[in-house]
Design a protein around this ligand. Structure first.
Ligand code: GTP
Length: 911
């Protein structure tokens, strides 16, 4: 036996669910609502407990019903008898009255016998009442019949209802007895054979005052009945099924209607059927609605099921991949700063750093917590973890847009770059300008090379970028550093327009910078300034006096002729440009030169473009940052501030920035540090990412073998300008066969890290006026990293070009002999400085050429003046011995310097 719900059981017992719940409570059977499920045991117990009660109730109901029925029947009988008596009395009274009237009429007729035929006819009229009397009787009997039938129908309905109730109770008893889940379906509700008739038309009054009105009423009733009947037989086109339609046709019902059956009964049956249909229709609609609802519910459930399955799959996958499943379900994108360390990456993703390290290891990358991850690696690892990340560059993070109002802008000096063909006199002209300007008046002629100079003409200032030539200009521009307002194009009057003159014009035009032409060397006999003017017109540089827009000045750098004119012309050109900047803001600009100063540490010359820079300001310049310890102007003076277009040296940076780097003052030192460190990490990473192995000697054979098309270089130099110049030269090389990549470049000696990086990225190290420091040389030998040292750029370019075509075999090579370390220095009168040294490597010879290396940088090259052991001159000193060394024309030896001995040897070409 299955379980049942409370309401089902309540129905079985013909009681309300509430009542049953109360009883269940008494029986201590747990059930909360009508929908609560009752198990078999409880159902049995309930039945057992309630059976007597139900039985008794059914019995009581039966007796009660029988008594009520009897009383009702008795009452109906009594009423009927009363009515019958009333009717009889009325009829008798009426008959008596009629008899009396007739008697009266008989008496008067004997008095009126003499009246005529016509009168007789009229007199016969009183015979009419007898006809009406018959009709009256008919009406009365009809009314009587209707009333009787009505009474009988009522009694029958009551009896049937009582019988149905009794049957139902019996069924319940039967069910209880048989233990059925549900009682036998209760007898269908008896359809009253003769339900209450349709409302009768206005009932005639007992005294029948107006027979005509009664007749009329009867007619109306008949008509009404007829119309009802007609309606019930209306054509099938009727609005079948319309809610609330009282006279709809039910075809199956029509068939049920027997011709002889009482019309009212038929109508009642039909009404009931209609009612049932209506209920059914409503039920169907409700079911349909429920189905629709259920449909939606099902769809929703299906969707939820699908989602749950997908989630489950993702979770399983995550578990298989060793992930925290909850992370997989997180769709949000995490922003990670570029160059983030493993620890930072893990922290931002909210994952275990060990997990990240493990995954990195699986990818073949062995990184520690503090090591940085590349953009690609971060994305790979994140993807591996089922996460989404977006790598944000520091520039993006700290992006800033300057928006100065017109009122804040003040006039500023112009910034000028000198360009021109080789040997046309750029350097000489700059020197001449400096001599003309205030610098020339400085005592002792000490000039401070900071990468830019300032000259004053009256109360006007002009800033010159010291590095002449378009290489530096282009290199700066390539890095987004547009610092030049005016270009002075130097053209030798005796030589005219040459290839680099044209290049310079093109660069100036590309940068949309106006050109002032300095026709130089006019002191020379073969000088022809007009020819220069003429030639320049071909390249769109047209003198003002010829209707163009370019100002021309004829000068002699050597003889310092018309230098003032040139400066005034530059001022004029600047006035045309209306150069302005906001001086009342935090400073920003570009690094134009940077190096590592022996005594002062990292030094950067910056050109202020906006705002005013003060000592004590916190700045970021490329990957460097720091608080400005001192500001030095081009005259070597310490200044408290620098304004727009001022070049100034910054002391206090933590490292050497790169020429072309943007610099900016930060309010918060922590932000400055963060940006700089992130940039530095990114730079290191970029260097680390390139991997392969290379030597300049086998470049050609590799190209032939089709093994490589890349030449990776690490460039170290004493000044940034050399790096930029080399980079620019490489950019111009034909790279169709060999692509040259500078994977890392910096100012300073060649370190062990450089060698490691070179080994990792299969790069060659190129050094300009720098030397390997510490154990880097040994490491390079061990790792077979090719280190090439040069003094001039063109040698490096020549070598690389030669290597590309397999011609690399230098005629002359420098062979290192030995290295001595300066442990002490002595001032010897009339001789100069003598270094007390210790030979750490090889054997150093008296006739060796020497390099003096300090902090990895070659600070001097020359010859030995003396080599002594104790007081004796010796020819050589071997590793592990002490000696005294004097250097020709160099007295600045310091403890910690290394003296490298080498010999220049001719080597036969190997091709
Ligand atoms: N007669 C004469 N000689 C000049 C003049 N200006 C420069 N020179 C000479 O021209 C040569 C080249 O001068 P630089 O100033 O080195 O020329 P540059 O354009 O800087 O050369 P690079 O740096 O090699 O591109 C030097 O020997 C100068 O002395 C001048 O006005 N008259």
């Amino acid at each position: 036996m299955a379980s049942m719900r409370v309401h089902e059981l309540a129905k079985e017992f013909d009681m309300s669910s509430g009542d049953l719940l109360d009883r269940l409570k008494e029986m201590k059977i747990p059930a909360k609502s009508h929908a609560s499920m009752l198990n078999d045991a409880y159902v049995d117990k309930i039945r057992k407990n309630l059976e007597p009660e139900i039985r008794a109730r059914a019995g009581a109901l039966e007796a009660e019903e029988a008594a009520a029925l009897a009383a009702e029947q008795e009452e109906a009988e009594r009423k009927r008898a009363e009515e019958e008596a009333e009717r009889k009395a009325a009829r008798e009274k009426e008959l008596a009255e009629r008899e009396a009237a007739r008697a009266r009429r008989e008496g008067s007729r004997s008095d009126d016998d003499a009246e005529g035929e016509e009168h007789q006819a009229r007199k016969q009229a009183p015979k009419q009442p007898s006809a009406f009397a018959s009709l009256e009787q008919q009406i009365a009997s009809e009314k009587e019949r209707v009333e009787r039938e009505r009474q009988e129908a009522r009694a029958r309905a009551r009896a049937e209802k009582a019988a149905a109730e009794v049957a139902k109770k019996r069924a319940v008893e039967e069910a209880l007895r048989r233990g059925h889940k549900k009682p036998a379906k209760a007898a269908p509700a008896p359809v009253p054979a003769r339900p209450a008739p349709a409302p009768a038309p206005s009932r005639p009054k007992n005294n029948f005052d107006s027979l005509l009105s009664q007749i009329e009423a009867e007619k109306q009733r008949m008509e009404a009945a007829k119309s009802v009947q007609a309606d019930t037989r209306a054509p099938r086109g009727g609005k079948k099924g319309k809610k609330g339609g009282a006279h709809q046709v039910v075809p199956e019902l029509e068939a049920q209607m027997t011709v002889g059956e009482d019309r009212y009964a038929q109508m009642a049956v039909q009404a009931e059927k209609l009612q049932r249909d209506k209920v059914l229709a409503e039920a169907r609609a409700a079911v349909a609605a429920a189905n629709t609802h259920e449909g939606e519910g099902r769809r929703k459930k299906r969707k939820e099921k699908r989602e749950a399955e997908a989630r489950e799959r993702a979770e399983l996958e995550a578990i298989e991949r060793g992930l925290d499943p909850s992370l997989v379900l997180d769709d949000s994108v995490v922003e990670i700063p570029q160059g983030a360390s493993v620890a930072k990456f893990a922290e931002l993703l909210g994952v275990q750093p060990n997990d990240v390290i493990k995954r990195l290891f699986m990818l073949g990358q062995v990184l520690t917590l503090t090591q940085t991850m590349s953009d690609e690696t971060m994305e790979l690892i994140a993807d591996d973890m089922g996460r989404k990340v977006r790598v944000v560059s520091p520039e993006e993070e700290y992006a800033v847009v300057y928006n100065d109002s017109e009122a804040d802008l003040k006039p500023r000096p112009p910034v000028v770059t000198v360009m021109g063909h080789v040997d046309h006199g750029k350097t000489s002209l700059l020197d001449a300008i400096r001599d003309t300007g205030v610098v020339a008046s400085e005592a002792g002629g000490i000039t401070q090379h900071i990468g830019a100079s300032v000259v004053n003409i009256g109360d006007r200032q002009i800033t010159f970028i010291d590095t002449p030539g378009h290489e530096a200009f282009t290199a700066m521009r390539a890095r987004g550093a547009q610092v030049t307002d005016v270009i002075v194009l130097v053209v030798a009057a005796d030589d005219g327009v040459m290839p680099q003159t044209i290049e310079a014009i093109n660069h100036a035009k590309a940068a949309e910078v106006p050109i002032v032409v300095a026709v130089n060397k006019i002191d020379k006999p073969g000088a022809n300034p007009d020819r220069v003017r003429q030639e320049l017109t071909e390249y769109g540089v047209i003198p003002e006096e010829w209707g163009g827009s370019n100002m021309f000045v004829e000068v002699s750098a050597k003889k310092k002729l018309h230098i003032d004119d040139l400066l005034e012309t530059i001022i004029l050109q600047a006035d045309v440009l209306e150069l302005k900047a906001n001086p009342d803001a935090s400073a920003s600009g570009f690094v134009i030169e940077a190096n590592l100063d022996k005594g002062r540490g990292p030094v950067a010359t910056v050109l202020i473009q906006r705002g005013t820079l003060h000592t004590g300001d916190v700045v970021v310049a490329g990957t460097s940052y720091g608080r400005v310890r001192a500001l030095v102007n081009p005259r070597g003076e310490h200044v408290a501030e620098a304004k727009p277009a001022d070049p100034v040296e910054i002391l206090g940076l933590n490292s050497v920035p790169t020429a072309g780097d943007e610099f900016r003052v930060f309010e918060d030192e922590r932000d400055a540090r963060k940006l700089a460190e992130e940039r530095a990490l990114r730079a290191r990473l970029a260097a680390q990412e390139t991997k392969s192995h290379m030597s300049l000697d086998d470049l050609f054979s590799r190209i032939e073998d089709g093994k490589t098309t890349d030449l990776n270089l690490i460039v170290k130099a004493d000044v940034q300008g050399s790096i930029e110049a080399l980079r620019d030269a490489f950019d111009k090389m034909d790279q169709s066969e060999v692509r040259i990549n500078i994977v890392h470049s910096a100012v300073g000696g060649i370190t062990e890290t450089d060698v490691t990086l070179a080994a990792a990225s299969d790069a060659i190290i190129i050094g300009f006026n720098v030397r390997p420091t510490g154990k880097s040389r040994q490491q390079a030998e061990k790792e077979k990293v090719d280190i090439r040292l040069y003094r001039v750029i063109y040698q490096a370019i020549e070598d690389i070009n030669a290597a590309r075509v397999g011609l690399l075999s230098p005629d002359i090579v420098e062979e290192d002999t030995g290295i001595a370390e300066v442990r002490e220095t002595f001032k010897v009168p009339k001789v100069g400085t003598i270094a007390g040294c210790y030979v750490v490597e090889g054997e150093i010879h008296r006739d060796d050429k020497v390099r003096i290396v300090r902090d990895g940088t070659v600070i001097f090259e020359g010859h030995m003046a003396s080599l002594r052991r104790f007081k004796d001159d010796v020819k050589s000193v071997k590793q592990g011995y002490e000696c005294g060394i004097g250097i020709e024309k160099f007295q600045d030896l310091k403890v910690g310097d290394t003296i490298e001995g080498y010999q220049v040897k001719e080597v036969e070409r190997t091709e």
